[in-house]
Design a protein around this ligand. Structure first.
Ligand code: BJ8
Length: 426
């Protein structure tokens, strides 16, 4: 970081000592995992810069926006429509945490057998190390899995500006109506928070910005079908992670620059790994910054990741909102239609997800699929058995992995991944 942000962090109520420790761990992990990679696209320099300033310049931008009267809305789930937040002239930031930090404190409020993602956002909050949540004027939780749903009841005690949105668990007409009414209620809450009346023009603008961000990520995803692979899976994951924090216009432009560069690589037959490197699709729980453990193991074991069936990946970005409607009602319906297609494992039945994983494996020419679940995540862990069977029925090999945010099982995971790669090698 080029500037001293200590006063800003103090004003936000961060514990500077604990925060320094977090930044130290994050900086080293980033250097070891990303900067050490070979043949990276030059345009990834932008994302290196964003990561170096993730608690600095970006937070300053949020604070500057607040000083101008805009509000910051922090979210934990891709069911919360960014379009609505932008239409209220607010700034949206993702709050999911991917590091084992403050777990001791978190386990005073949560059972030990809670998934790492939930423990992590509690740990970040209780340790006072997350400037994003401290800069948020509203934090949005949602009734997705039981773990999050119940954890928010406790979280409300330490994050009083928490707003909880209900998300249905089935895909029947009544569930769509429920999602729509929740989005209407959320719109009212945003209008109250910001003092901005959301009209059709504002909604259209929000829809365009978010669709353009998705289109850039779709373009990146499509380029990863090439062999040799023009960009590492780690860098592609990083881009998908940064999508949750960055200014959406600047982010979209930067992703398109990466795409221009790697498109040229594809035309020249150049890649980050040799042609014929085993290709792996990752499917399962979302990987928030700095959860890079498993992707790093895969890509240092002689394989390349070609896609992420994840909310930090294609599950979170596929499908656009139809922005052609002329009224708030029509545009709201279009938003509901798009979000209602998200195939999170909290839904039952969830055949769409099973089919989408097959489609992704074929589109990105994967030789095998790793089914990634966080320990104690019932929705994804239980569903991984049906996914595994469905893949086997189609002749696609898979490996189920349950892990957490600790580094203790790295050796064991590497052995299992290497054995899997031996099996899928052509
Ligand atoms: S739409 S995947 S972002 S809920 S890993 S906390 S499911 S126990 S994160 Fe998610 Fe929204 Fe679904 Fe996507 Fe629970 Fe599992 Fe933990 Fe999870």
């Amino acid at each position: 970081m080029t500037t001293d942000y200590r006063q800003m962090w103090t004003d936000l109520g961060l514990d500077l000592e604990a925060h320094d420790a977090l930044l130290g761990v994050l900086g080293n992990a980033y250097k070891d995992t990303f900067v050490s990679q070979k043949n990276r696209p030059e345009s990834m320099g932008y994302f290196d810069f964003v990561m170096s300033e993730v608690h600095g310049l970006r937070i300053k931008e949020l604070q500057d926006a607040r000083a101008e009267g805009r509000k910051v809305v922090g979210t934990f789930c891709v069911f919360v429509p960014d379009e609505l937040i932008l239409a209220a002239d607010a700034v949206s930031v993702g709050l999911c945490a991917g590091a084992e930090f403050g777990f001791g404190e978190a386990e005073k409020l949560l059972p030990r057998n809670t998934c790492s993602l939930i423990k992590s956002f509690f740990g970040f909050k209780l340790s006072k190390v997350c400037p994003y949540i401290e800069a948020s004027d509203m934090v949005v939780g949602e009734t997705t899995c039981d773990g999050k749903k119940k954890a928010y009841e406790t979280f409300k005690g330490i994050q009083p500006n928490l707003y909880v949105m209900e998300v249905p668990q089935m895909k029947k007409p009544a569930d769509r109506a429920l999602l729509k009414s929740e989005y209407v209620n959320f719109t009212s809450a945003l209008e109250k928070l910001t003092g901005v009346k959301i009209d059709a023009e504002r909604l259209k603008k929000g829809i365009t910005i978010v669709n353009n961000r998705r289109k850039a990520l779709h373009r990146l995803a499509a380029l990863r079908a090439a062999d040799p692979e023009p960009i590492s899976g780690l860098d592609a994951l990083l881009i998908n992670q940064v999508a949750f924090y960055d200014n959406p216009l600047r982010f979209t432009e930067s992703v398109n620059k990466v795409c221009d560069e790697i498109e040229a690589r594809v035309k020249q037959g150049k890649g980050v790994f040799p042609k014929g490197t085993p290709r792996v699709l990752m499917a399962g729980c979302p990987m928030a910054v700095p959860n890079w453990k498993l992707p790093a193991i895969v890509e240092t074991s002689g394989a390349v990741l070609v896609g992420e069936e994840s909310c930090v990946g294609e599950r979170g970005t596929r499908n656009l909102v139809d922005g052609s409607g002329g009224t708030v009602e029509a545009l709201m319906d279009a938003i509901v239609d798009r979000y209602f297609q998200i195939d999170c494992a909290i839904f039952t039945p969830n055949d769409d997800r099973l089919n989408h994983i097959i489609t992704m494996a074929r589109d990105y020419k994967a030789d095998g699929v790793i089914l990634y679940s966080l320990q104690f995540c019932s929705p994804y862990t239980i569903e991984s058995f049906s996914v595994e069977k469905n893949l086997a029925d189609k002749g696609i090999r898979s490996l189920r992995i349950d892990t957490d945010y600790s580094q203790e099982d790295v050796g064991q995971l590497k052995t299992r991944v290497e054995a899997f790669l031996e099996v899928i090698k052509k």
